[in-house]
Design a protein around this ligand. Structure first.
Ligand code: ACO
Length: 269
């Protein structure tokens, strides 16, 4: 199977095929899933383009907002990828199934790269979710540091219902946020979680009326930008590592970060 037929040439696809829009306004970047006519369904091209945006994020950007155009945040994987004929230029899961393990694994790793950078310590990512966030859509929201949901938002991990597992890095943040039993229940029933329940479970920082979503994101971004960037980055690094460290190790990590902060603050004085 030619590499191009299983998504290997996805780097060359246009923004339009990726279904993404990318805008930067000062310290805030906005990624818009922009295929509302397909409810912002995602393809290999989408994930490659997401990774490319992460690789070339302008240095001044501190906040990355991920949002969806139209009535749904994202209806997940483009279901054409599940058909044997797939998507022109991108192949299908059937073509991947016929590939060797290393090629298949590489394709998934490349897709995951599009999600993983959203946790970088030097930025804060915010998912602004309205309507449906299904499968890959839910995982994209989970890839972000923070989630603001419109009242009409529903989250659904549909992969198991389609015979798949969630593999776009969503399982860890889901378990971290809601715990193993609830994560199991949500994934293995593939049910929809409404916005209010999502907030109660810790899957959303805030739920707002649909027409307030943009303003709520803007307000949160402004609040996040009000603190020192170096301190924000170091604090995010500390918080991200806290679960894996013992109290003693975390204390040592705090000391290291603080020494660097204080030296930076008083450098040249
Ligand atoms: N892939 C490709 N096209 C899609 C997808 C998708 N995931 N979701 C919706 N579309 C298309 C529809 O086929 C339809 O196209 P058409 O106008 O040519 O008929 C158009 O988008 C609008 O879809 P509707 O179903 O009419 O929109 P509605 O707002 O009523 O429903 C909803 C939205 C709930 C998201 C519904 O479209 C849906 O259930 N989609 C499938 C979701 C899914 O199973 N995704 C896979 C999850 S698993 C994973 O991501 C790995």
């Amino acid at each position: 199977m030619a590499e191009a037929a299983i998504g290997g040439s996805a780097e060359k696809v246009s923004h339009e095929e990726a279904g993404l829009r990318f805008e930067v306004d000062g310290e805030i970047a906005t990624i818009t899933l922009d295929r509302p006519e397909r409810r912002n369904a995602q393809t290999f091209a989408t994930w490659s383009e997401l990774a490319r945006i992460g690789d070339s994020l302008p240095q001044q950007v501190r906040i990355v907002v991920v949002r969806g155009e139209g009535p749904s945040f994202s209806a997940g994987i483009d279901l054409r990828l599940l058909n044997p004929e797939g998507i022109p230029g991108q192949g299908s899961l059937a073509t991947l199934a016929a590939a060797d393990d290393s090629t298949f694994e590489q394709r998934i790793a490349q897709a995951q790269r599009g999600f993983l950078w959203l946790r970088r310590p030097d930025i804060v990512s915010i998912a602004a979710v309205n309507g449906h966030a299904i499968g890959a859509g839910f995982q994209l929201a989970l890839a972000c540091d923070l989630r603001i949901l419109a009242e009409d938002a529903t989250l659904c991990m549909r992969e198991p219902a389609l015979g798949l597992v969630p593999d776009l890095t969503g399982t860890k943040p889901l378990v971290d946020l809601v715990g193993l039993p609830r994560a199991l229940e949500i994934c293995l029933t593939a049910r929809a979680v409404g916005a209010r329940e999502a907030a109660a479970l810790g899957l959303a920082e805030l739920v707002v009326a649909g027409e307030e979503l943009t303003r709520a994101v803007r307000d949160l971004a402004a609040a996040l930008l009000s603190v020192d960037r170096g301190a924000a980055t170091a604090t995010k690094r500390l918080l991200q590592g806290a679960r894996e460290r013992t109290l003693k190790e975390q204390g040592a990590a705090e000391r290291r970060e603080q020494i660097a902060r204080v030296r930076a603050l008083f450098a040249g004085s």
